[in-house]
Design a protein around this ligand. Structure first.
Ligand SMILES: Nc1nc2c(c(=O)[nH]1)N[C@H]1C(S)=C(S)[C@@H](COP(=O)(O)OP(=O)(O)OC[C@H]3O[C@@H](n4cnc5c(=O)[nH]c(N)nc54)[C@H](O)[C@@H]3O)O[C@H]1N2
Ligand SMILES: Nc1nc2c(c(=O)[nH]1)N[C@H]1C(S)=C(S)[C@@H](COP(=O)(O)OP(=O)(O)OC[C@H]3O[C@@H](n4cnc5c(=O)[nH]c(N)nc54)[C@H](O)[C@@H]3O)O[C@H]1N2
Ligand code: SF4
Ligand SMILES: [Mo]
Length: 667
């Protein structure tokens, strides 16, 4: 049996794979302790799919023709160099994948920066980048503070805009264990989720009104003097601003804004504050709003007020993709060098440059993934190199993305499948799947784990690190003479003081390595003065408001057996069998008013477009409609961005109409 890391979600389960049968069993060690969800259990099925890309392809006159590796890479490199020569390095952008290993993400950002641009980004931008920004501003480090194991000993778990029962099923085990030991679970969501079924307190909130609720909880806690005065005094700054800001957020006022009864707000504030310890876990319900950064600031403020940090609590922005945390730590973000170090940190930047054998690296922030499409429109971006990302489906308001993809002078897609995005590409490069290569991955708790090669690469595919090494050499970049993936691991280890004394062997044989360490901020915060900073925020309105023409609020959600844009799960026969048909969720009251019954086809329309889905009735308040994001929801969504560059996937104004059955033709 070989040990690999699950290629789906950021929880980071380890799989035991039998190389002969390719069957999967759960690893007994950390973090999954003998558990897997159906995606992990069937994780090798997409790898074995006949649909895999077999060889490099080139588009000529609208048809795709096979091309040999060497020629494909040479042609791509010379086109990139030509564009650089004519328009500068910033006319090229690279999209890294949160699905590939640390080594591979590290290589792509190294290529981008040595090529001369910070136009390097990954799907963290669509996901938790607001959490990263808010955490950096308050506690100094943009990542989850505590390991999963701590969840079991906290007395309260506050789950906010996050539905782990469907999105990180294995973390539910930790939550349920805590509950068995007496912890209280509080869930805040815009609908009655599967996670809410396990909650002691269920707060169904109006979409986009989270700041008002967080401020009201703080209002009660401050007014009733339930906060941790000692912690606030010795370890934080900015308390007086918070005190002022939350004064007007009485539970009664918040009830008007959020729809959550004032009595329940008081009860939850008291329970959470008096428990003595607590975790705050959050997800896309908070980040994917124009107020994303402020939403997170509000929940961090709440935790700080109670001293729920270190031994007594933790901040858990639960990461989405299997290696989104790693991609960020490796520097595949347009505003940060590896380790989330700002581009303007001269000392660190010079150190990286000297490790790479050059004098200087570009210092200006690159474009966010979500800013690329306008930049293509305006002619600023001419070429895009995409590794393992599917923006033609995953980006907000994808109609404009598809238009931009068509306009590029050069689009390269490096993926395991012919994705919706690859359909626009000039060159398509077949990548090997996770179990066909070695490499390290970092999960949400910042645990780096080794994933072992189980089988040979499919057909003529190559591991991403090999493809990128070829590309870098063809571009004439220095320092890409790697003969094994381990040499890349050793190189990135050198960037982090905490990893300097660690070895790849240790990583391969143990339970993983936490970077920078297991528990953050226990004694001191990673801010210049060592104190956490409260940042007061006011309720912020969504970008679009419902009106007479578009009276519904549309939000987008995830389902347990579907995964993101579906490229992998739809090629897994066992998962396809488990998959329910995606349905739009609407309230009983709205359904009755519009004459809609369960299973009826409905049209959902926003200012961007229209889609048709069967209806599911119930478990959501009137006026709100929730659509699974996995297939075509982004024809509808709003592309308004928050301060971290994330679109407002969770709030659009929409209208809903029952599709009238066509009358049978007479005669
Ligand atoms: N099965 C499965 N698992 C996955 C994925 C998948 O596609 N499928 N994707 C992975 C990825 S990339 C990610 S990022 C994670 C995401 O994991 P989650 O964050 O759990 O995912 P979502 O379902 O997008 O959003 C969470 C919840 O936010 C709620 N919500 C919507 N609007 C609001 C609001 O205004 N306020 C509040 N409080 N809540 C709101 C929704 O009802 C939903 O229940 O899952 C990962 N795991
Ligand atoms: N409406 C709406 N839209 C959303 C969201 C939402 O909640 N609502 N959520 C957003 C979020 S949180 C995220 S993270 C994004 C996800 O957006 P994407 O990252 O674009 O979605 P995925 O489907 O995960 O795409 C991953 C791709 O990687 C490929 N792949 C897998 N393994 C490998 C490998 O080893 N090598 C290579 N080269 N490729 C590989 C897969 O085939 C797939 O095409 O979607 C965002 N879009
Ligand atoms: S919980 Fe996440 S990491 Fe674990 S098996 Fe399921 S998809 Fe894979
Ligand atoms: Mo995500």
């Amino acid at each position: 049996m070989k040990t690999a890391v699950c290629p789906y979600c950021g929880f980071g389960c380890r799989l035991l794979i039998d190389p002969k049968t390719m069957k999967v069993k759960p690893h007994r060690g950390e973090p999954n302790r003998g558990k897997l969800c159906p995606k992990g259990l069937h994780a090798t099925e997409f790898v074995l799919s006949e649909d895999r890309l077999r060889r490099p392809l080139k588009r000529t006159h609208n048809s795709l023709k096979p091309i040999i590796w060497g020629q494909a890479v040479d042609e791509i490199a010379s086109k990139l160099l030509e564009i650089k020569e004519l328009y500068g390095a910033d006319a090229v952008a690279f999209l890294a994948s949160s699905k590939v290993s640390n080594e591979e993400s590290y290589l792509l950002q190294k290529i981008a920066r040595l090529f001369g641009t910070n136009n390097i980004d990954n799907c963290a931008r669509l996901c938790h980048e607001a959490s990263v920004h808010a955490l950096k501003m308050t506690v100094g480090t943009g990542a989850q503070t505590n390991p999963y194991e701590d969840l079991e000993r906290f007395r309260t778990i506050l789950i906010w805009g996050y539905n782990p029962a469907e999105t990180h099923p294995v973390v539910m085990d930790y939550i349920l264990k805590a509950k068995k030991r007496g912890a209280k679970v509080i869930v805040v969501d815009v609908r009655e989720t599967r996670t809410m079924a396990f909650a002691d307190y269920r707060l169904v909130i109006r979409p986009g009104s989270d700041i008002a609720l967080a401020n009201a909880l703080m209002h009660v806690i401050i007014r009733e003097e339930l906060y941790d005065e000692e912690f606030v005094k010795s370890r934080t700054s900015g308390f007086s601003e918070i005190k002022m800001a939350v004064r007007k957020y009485t539970p009664e006022y918040a009830e008007k804004v959020t729809g959550v009864p004032a009595g329940l707000i008081r009860k939850v504030a008291r329970e959470f504050a008096s428990a003595g310890s607590g975790a705050v876990m959050w997800g896309m319900g908070l980040t994917q709003h124009v107020s994303g950064v402020e939403n997170i600031l509000a929940v961090i403020d709440l935790a700080l007020l109670l001293g729920y940090i270190g031994e007594r609590g933790g901040l858990y922005p639960m990461r989405g993709q299997n290696n989104v945390q790693g991609a960020a730590y490796m520097g595949a973000l347009s505003e940060f060098l590896p380790g989330y170090v700002p581009l303007t940190d001269d000392r660190f930047r010079k150190r990286v440059a000297s490790l790479w054998g050059v004098e200087e690296l570009p210092t200006e922030r690159g474009l966010y993934l979500t800013e690329l499409w306008d930049a293509v429109e305006s002619g600023e971006i001419m070429a895009l190199y995409i590794v393992g990302e599917n923006p033609a489906v995953s980006e907000a308001n994808f109609t404009r993305v598809r238009k931009a993809l068509r306009e590029l002078d050069l689009l390269v897609v490096q993926d395991v499948f012919m994705t919706r995005t690859a359909k626009y590409a000039h060159y398509i490069l077949p990548a090997s799947a996770f179990c066909e290569k070695d490499g390290s991955y970092m999960n949400s708790e910042r645990r780096i784990q080794w994933s072992h090669k189980v089988c040979e690469p499919y057909a003529d595919s190559k591991p991403d690190w090999e493809i990128l090494t070829m590309l870098a050499r063809a571009l004439g970049l220095p320092g890409f003479d790697y003969r094994s993936v381990e040499e890349i691991t050793e190189e990135y280890f050198r960037l982090f003081p905490e990893l300097e004394d660690r070895t790849v062997e240790e990583l391969k044989n143990g339970n993983g390595i936490f970077l920078p360490k297991k528990r953050l901020h226990t004694w001191e915060f990673a801010t210049p003065d060592g104190k956490a900073r409260f940042i007061a925020v006011e309720q912020i309105s969504p970008w679009e408001r419902p009106d007479d023409s578009y009276p519904f609020i549309l939000t987008t959600i995830r389902l347990i057996s579907h995964y993101n844009t579906g490229e992998m799960t739809l090629r897994s026969p066992s998962l396809v069998k488990l998959m329910g048909e995606p349905k739009a969720l609407i309230s009983r009251a709205d359904a009755e008013r519009l004459g809609i019954e369960k299973g009826d086809l409905i049209d959902i329309e926003t200012r961007r477009g229209r889609i048709r889905l069967p209806a599911e009735v119930g478990r959501i308040p009137p006026g709100v409609i929730a659509v699974p994001f996995h297939f075509k929801a982004n024809r509808l969504t709003s592309d308004a961005l928050n301060k971290a560059g994330t679109p407002e996937f969770k709030f659009s104004a929409a209208r809903v109409r029952k599709v009238q059955k066509r009358k049978a033709h007479s005669g």
